[in-house]
Design a protein around this ligand. Structure first.
Ligand code: PSV
Ligand code: MN
Length: 406
């Protein structure tokens, strides 16, 4: 990409009244957390594939994540999943992360992999299982204290497969009781991010099935509880950006798990199937970021952007890099929406002009802009190429097969 390409882009955007310096500053500030479980072996319920060179420990997962940050400059934190990333000494893991230029991000409790949780964790009818599950949540609060993490990200596999299998209302109450206990244990700086998902592994009912249930729970718990939108956790046809706008307006949107959804929780590379949806999500966020209410602007500024993908058939580190590049691309495009133009069209009840004002931003080629931003950030203008040429992918092959799996 030449300077000339950027000059043309600049001319084009200036003519539209877009403040490119502000756009660049926003792009440089975008941080996207990557998940430790995206670096280990994974698969479907049919098969976990063993790849050569996957990390054998949480420490090695951070080493791989550091490569993503090195070439993108946008991924300085890594979410961990407990007990997948359980270590003796979290201080040591924190130190290791910091030595790699990273920090430990959101702590994700795991309440779905032990036999006792087959019929539920915090909603199990056996009080001993509920106690065990709540203790695990408290353990995760302690881990967050040790790692300096601010966000604890909750997803429950709890639900039932058949009518009558459990009391839906009783389970709802147990869920609240457990989370209220965890909420009390958090320090004032911490946030509880509550994720929802409408199916899987339970299929008749899921205890936290949609954003409304997560929102209600977060409201009841208090200010430090917010909703996390995993883009894969919606039925086809759901207007995810509407949910995003609604939650921001209620100052209850805490974060995202990005992935691409063709059917549901597909773990595909974000933006690969539905880039326009990703663009429209960012459009809502950017628009809300200009709101006159400080609380709404603060909500927008505190959104935790995270990838939640375990790549099954792709090479893991490049797949993560591709995901980050896709997010940056759609964010860059959304930053080119002329909000005044949209407003004018809305006020004139000009439906076509309003739609055009949004869509045309999506149609710009932002490659010259992203190259310029990366140059200014001091990272490779083509992160994927830089990674592939770095030799890192070859160097980890000596780890062999049979590394960590989620
Ligand atoms: C569940 O499908 C989920 O999206 C939750 O966020 C988990 O934490 C993550 O996947 C990894 O299991
Ligand atoms: Mn998720």
């Amino acid at each position: 990409m030449t300077d000339r390409a950027y000059a043309l882009f600049e001319e084009q955007q200036k003519a539209r009244g877009i403040d490119l310096d502000a756009v660049k500053a926003k792009l440089k500030a975008l941080r996207i957390e990557t998940p430790s479980w995206g670096y280990g072996d994974s698969g479907t319920r049919f098969k976990v594939f063993q790849k050569t060179g996957v990390p054998r420990s949480p420490f090695e997962k951070f080493e791989d994540a550091a490569q993503v940050h090195k070439v993108t400059g946008a991924c300085p934190s890594v979410a961990i999943h407990i007990p997948w990333d359980k270590v003796e000494d979290y201080g040591k893991l924190k130190q290791h992360a910091e030595g790699l230029g990273l920090s430990i991000g959101a702590i994700n409790p795991n309440l779905f992999q032990e036999d006792e949780y087959m019929l539920g964790s915090v909603t199990h009818s056996d009080s001993a299982v509920r106690r065990k599950a709540t203790d695990h949540l408290l353990e995760c609060v302690d881990i967050a204290k040790a790692t300096g993490s601010k966000d604890i990200s909750l997803w429950f596999a709890d639900g039932t497969n058949y009518p009558g299998q459990g009391s839906i209302r009783q389970r709802k109450q147990w869920m609240y009781e457990s989370l209220a206990e965890m909420y009390k244990a958090m320090t004032p700086e911490m946030r509880m991010l509550i994720e929802y998902k409408f199916f899987e592994p339970a299929f008749y009912h899921t205890d936290l099935a949609d954003w409304g249930m997560a929102f209600n729970l977060a409201n009841k718990l208090g200010k430090q509880a917010q909703v996390l939108v995993d883009t894969g956790h919606h039925a086809p046809g759901t207007n995810v950006e509407h949910i995003v706008a609604y939650l921001i307006d209620e100052q209850k949107l805490g974060g995202f798990h990005f992935n691409s959804r063709k059917y549901a929780d597909d773990d595909l590379i974000v933006g690969s199937v539905n880039p326009y949806e990703l663009f429209l999500i960012f459009y809502q966020i950017i628009e809300a970021g200009q709101d006159s209410q400080q609380g709404i602007r603060e909500t927008v500024n505190n959104i935790a952007y995270m990838i939640d993908q375990s790549h099954n058939i792709e090479a893991k580190i490049p797949a993560m890099i591709r995901s980050i590049l896709n997010v940056q691309t759609q964010y860059a495009k959304a930053l080119l929406v002329d909000h005044e133009e949209v407003k004018r069209a809305q006020e004139a009840s000009d439906v076509l002009a309003a739609e055009d004002a949004v869509r045309k931003a999506f149609e710009f080629d932002v490659t010259p802009l992203l190259y310029a931003v990366r140059e200014e950030l001091g990272v490779p203008v083509e992160p994927m190429k830089a990674y592939l040429q770095s030799g890192y992918g070859q160097s980890i092959l000596s780890r062999g097969k049979g590394g960590a799996s989620w």
